[in-house]
Design a protein around this ligand. Structure first.
Ligand code: HEM
Length: 510
């Protein structure tokens, strides 16, 4: 009979053998048997997606640069996970980001760190996403957004008032904060009929931006620790405040949004809410969504998504456009000349639809959306019912396939000298017939493309036209590093420690 030590040794050997065999089988299955085995890419990436932790969390959002390097080394189709490929082939974009006739799920991993599993943005499954999206679509159509254009204009008037004050005081204005305040005030008015009024805040509520950046950075860790959002939500407020004071702002506003949604469901009047004004949230409660979709918790998640998606994206764009225009005197001069002719009386700002037909303004806006990405994250889709062919590779149904706006917009074959800000590239013949615009995808495309594109466009054209028609501005201690994306926390974030894009108001234009 074997002694106890002998038995232990046999069991330990058996255990080690089983572990080695399991690992060997997993390697064999992933690297040799898997349908993606022939797709090039680093072996470590094919074995585990967790190698991205280093880029996402340790290096704080540097994976897009690694992706770029991988494409330089391996070509346009690279295996970046056991079941994921990343594609840098612009002609494949329309194959991947399709309309509802060709269903696409989204990669749940990308968004699980947000802790908003029931919001439209984070709904991976095609049918559920489609139902949730259909309930929101009517409030973001061109007509619906046309009806709220007066709200955008009234907030812009407040912003102009603040810039006129800055002319008096000669103090620089951080326009990133100002635009974050502007866009948040607009979307909160639309959602809750109760604007946060950040524009009236003496410093444009800087904690709001800090909290948003903190939250999106935390969501990167949440990709790897999906329970993290729930833990953070359950934390007592004093602990959140101790760990991160700006995050406390987010907790306060999240709770405030939840209580507003709750009150709206019960038909109570919310303090400050404009009496009788219908909002998206009211409409969602009255929609023909199934009752299970109308819980306060779910609708509050939808509201939080709209507020976040509707503010940080557009404000990043707006701060960038201010930087690009003011840093190039020729661009500034040409834009001002166009605006002067189109808007002879500054009190009569044309509709955003009219402004969109101004060629140089339009070119500037296109070039800014090309240069700075809206969603910086690669956007993963899964085709459940069809295999997709990309070049020599057949990507079987069920594969996570992603592409990146930033990589596409920096492709020198499409956009020569991609790092240069050149509005003129949108004015030449190739651009005129739409051939170039096909590859400009800041809002993504297809059934999961940006819901807020019409609102974003109204905000962009009105703000840029008004700002450069009405004010003489100059940059103050700002350089390209203050707009260049340096971190991917789903959204683009400029270098940490940036003091923002700051301008001085030099005068008023007549
Ligand atoms: C410059 C401004 C903006 C840019 C560049 C932008 C870009 C994008 C992109 C690329 C997506 C697709 C994300 C994905 O596939 O996962 C998206 C989705 C979304 N955007 Fe925007 N966005 C902007 C402004 C807005 C605004 C003003 C709103 C207003 C509420 C908004 C609401 C949303 C929502 C709710 C989604 C999720 C749509 C869905 O999953 O069906 N966005 N946006």
């Amino acid at each position: 009979m074997a002694s106890l030590p002998q038995l232990s040794a046999v069991l330990a050997t058996a255990f080690v053998t089983i572990v080695i065999a399991a690992v060997a089988y997993r390697l064999f299955a992933t690297l040799i048997l898997h349908p993606l085995a022939k797709v090039p890419g680093p072996k470590y990436a094919a074995i585990t997606k967790y190698y991205q932790f280093y880029y996402d969390v340790v290096l704080r959002g540097r994976f897009p640069w690694e992706l770029k390097r991988l494409h330089e080394q391996y070509g346009p189709v690279v295996r970046i996970g056991p079941n994921e490929v990343h594609v840098a082939e612009p002609n494949f974009y329309d194959e991947l980001y399709t309309g509802i006739a060709r269903p696409r799920h989204r990669d749940p991993w990308e968004v699980q760190g947000f802790g908003l599993p029931d919001a439209v943005l984070c709904s991976p499954e095609f049918d559920i996403h489609r139902m949730r999206r259909a309930a929101l679509n009517p409030y973001f159509s061109t007509q619906a957004i046309g009806r709220i254009e007066p709200v955008v204009r009234s907030k812009l008037d407040l912003l102009c008032g603040r810039l006129e004050d800055a002319l008096e005081t000669r103090k620089p204005v951080d326009v990133e904060l100002a635009f974050m305040a502007l866009t948040t005030d607009i979307i909160t008015e639309y959602c809750f009929a109760r604007s946060y009024n950040f524009i009236k805040h003496p410093d444009f509520a800087p904690d709001w931006l800090k909290a948003t950046v903190g939250a999106v950075e935390a969501s990167m860790l949440g990709r790897y620790l999906p329970f993290l959002p729930a833990v953070m939500k359950a934390m007592p407020p004093w602990l959140v405040k101790m760990l991160s004071p700006p995050m406390m702002q987010l907790v306060i506003y999240t709770k405030d949004q939840e209580s507003q949604v709750h009150a709206m469901k019960n038909g109570e009047r919310v303090e400050d809410m404009k009496q009788g004004q219908r909002t998206i949230i009211h409409e969602l409660f009255d929609s023909n969504l199934p009752e299970s979709e109308k819980s306060v918790e779910r609708i509050a998640q939808e509201a939080q998504t709209l507020v976040a998606a509707g503010s940080a994206t557009t404000s990043y764009f707006l701060k960038s456009v201010v930087y690009f225009v003011l840093s190039d005197p020729d661009v500034l001069k040409r834009l001002q000349a166009e605006l002067q002719t189109a808007i002879p009386d500054i009190k009569e700002l044309p509709s955003s639809a009219k402004l969109q037909s101004l060629p140089y303004l339009d070119a500037i806006i296109k070039e800014t959306t090309r240069t700075v990405p809206g969603a910086f994250c690669r956007l993963g889709r899964i085709a459940p019912n069809e295999d997709l062919k990309c070049g020599q590779y057949v990507l079987p149904r069920g594969t996570v396939i992603s592409m990146s706006t930033w990589i596409q917009h920096n492709d020198p074959n499409l956009f020569p000298e991609p790092e240069a800000f050149q509005p003129e590239r949108w004015l030449d013949k190739k651009a005129e017939d739409g051939r170039l615009e096909r590859y400009l995808v800041p809002f993504s495309k297809g059934s999961r493309g940006c819901l807020g594109i019409n609102l974003a466009r109204v905000e962009m054209y009105l703000t840029v036209a008004l700002l450069f028609r009405r004010f003489d501005l100059e940059l103050f201690e700002t350089d390209r590093g203050d707009v260049e994306p340096a971190h991917e926390f789903f959204l683009p974030i400029s270098k940490l420690g940036s003091k923002g894009v700051r301008v001085k108001v030099r005068g008023l234009r007549s």
